[in-house]
Design a protein around this ligand. Sequence first.
Ligand code: GDP
Ligand code: MG
Length: 152
Amino acid sequence: MPTPELLDPDKEHTLVLIKPDAYERGLTGEILRRIEVKGYRLKGLKVKKASRELLTAHYVEHKDQPFFPALLDYMSSGPLVAVVVEGDRVIEGFRTMMGQTNPTLAAPGTIRGDLGRDWKTPAVQNVVHGSDSPTSADREIALWFPELVFKD
Ligand code: GDP
Ligand code: MG
């Protein structure tokens, strides 16, 4: 029986980041509300100013992209909120809720579509992050919440 602070390995989890632009604008409650009314559960939550080391590990797949330095500047520009969310098909479900990467193109009704816009900054400031696959979710949760990962 896992202790309550550990994640149930039989359930699906995703990592959500409420990015520094959203935290600064006071959108944390609105985003958490959308997650909860959808029926997902919050299993871990912290406000954190992320180091460039952590962000480099988190975004390692993009490290050779031209926008990578701007992405790190953006994501380390202030505190963000990291959240572990649990639910049936939550990885795909939260990707649907957040909408596509560019907030100008994200559909109305999505988090990025409703709350984001094109700020004409070097990095695309788009309010939230959500893991894109089970492999990414496991890797990202271990990076941001090492204390939560289930160990048997
Ligand atoms: P996501 O999964 O929708 O967040 O998008 P990606 O994994 O492709 O990119 C990670 C993050 O990098 C995005 O959320 C944006 O903040 C930023 N980003 C992605 N593509 C671009 C781009 O073409 N230009 C810039 N400046 N930033 C980008
Ligand atoms: Mg991505």
